[in-house]
Design a protein around this ligand. Structure first.
Ligand SMILES: [Zn+2]
Length: 228
C-alpha cells in the first residue's frame, strides 16, 4: 500500500515565496495586536512567554541529563511507593484526612452533617453473599462500577511509559486528575457513561450488556433498580 507523504514533504512543496509572505503577514498581525495591548496585558503576555521558555529549557535540561546518564524512562521508576505523611482524622466527623488538607476542609468544622443511608438489601446481598451471582459480582465489581458510572477518569498520562511491557506496570499522570463527563447526547460513537441513563430501561439495559458482554443481565437490572 502506498503511504502518504510525510507532513514536512508536503510543506516543502509550498512555494518558498508564498510561505515567506504568509509568515510576514502573521508577524505584522502579531505586532499590531501587541501594540494595541494595554501595559498590563503586555506584561502578562511576556510573563507567560518567559515561563513557557523556562519550562522548555527545564525539559531540555532533564532530557539531556537522562541521555548523558544513559537512563531510560523505565529506570526512573521509583523502587518504593511514595507514601504521604499521615494526618489525624477530622475531629468533628471522624473522616480520614489527607496530608495538607486543611482541618475544616471536609465538614466545615462540623457544620455539615452527612446522612448515611442504609445499604439497600439487594446491594448488601451482592456485596457479601455467597451465591453464584454474588460471587460473580464481587469478581467483576470493577466492571459493574465502570458500567454504571456517570463519569470516567480524566487525565493526561504518559503514553510512552504506559506502553512499556517490561517491569512493573506504571501509569504516570501529568498535571491534574479530574472527572471526565461526556456530553449528554452521544455523537457518532456508541453511547456510554451518563448518556445511557437517557434511554428507556430496556434499551439502557441492552446497550449496557452490548458494551460489556461479561456482565450478567440480572445483576445489571438489579443495580439499575437500586440506583433508580
Ligand atoms: Zn469533618
Amino acid at each position: 500500500m502506498e503511504r502518504s507523504a510525510p507532513h514536512s514533504n508536503q510543506c516543502a512543496q509550498v512555494p518558498q515565496q508564498k510561505r515567506a509572505e504568509v509568515l510576514n503577514c502573521q508577524r505584522e498581525q502579531s505586532a499590531r495586536h501587541y501594540a494595541e495591548m494595554t501595559p498590563d496585558k503586555k506584561e502578562a503576555l511576556l510573563r507567560r512567554r518567559r515561563s513557557k521558555e523556562l519550562y522548555a529549557q527545564k525539559r531540555k535540561r532533564n532530557k539531556n541529563l537522562l541521555a548523558r546518564k544513559g537512563l531510560s524512562r523505565l529506570e526512573k521508576i521509583p523502587e518504593k511507593p511514595l507514601v504521604l505523611p499521615s494526618a489525624p482524622n477530622c475531629e468533628h466527623c471522624g473522616a480520614k484526612r489527607l496530608h495538607l488538607e486543611p482541618p475544616n476542609f471536609l465538614c466545615s468544622g462540623g457544620q455539615v452533617l452527612l446522612v448515611i443511608p442504609s445499604t439497600p438489601y439487594d446491594l448488601l446481598r451482592l456485596y457479601s453473599g455467597l451465591s453464584e451471582e454474588s460471587l460473580d459480582f464481587q469478581k467483576k465489581i470493577h466492571t459493574y462500577n465502570n458500567s454504571l458510572a456517570f463519569t470516567s477518569l480524566g487525565e493526561k498520562y504518559d503514553h510512552e511509559l504506559t506502553k512499556n511491557s517490561k517491569g512493573v506496570y506504571t501509569f504516570c499522570v501529568e498535571g491534574q486528575v479530574y472527572h471526565y463527563l461526556n456530553g449528554l447526547m452521544p455523537s457518532v460513537e456508541e453511547p456510554s457513561g451518563i448518556q445511557l441513563y437517557f434511554y428507556d430501561t430496556e434499551e439502557e439495559l441492552s446497550r449496557r450488556l452490548d458494551s460489556l458482554p461479561k456482565l450478567r443481565e440480572s445483576t445489571v437490572k438489579l443495580l439499575t433498580n437500586v440506583l433508580g
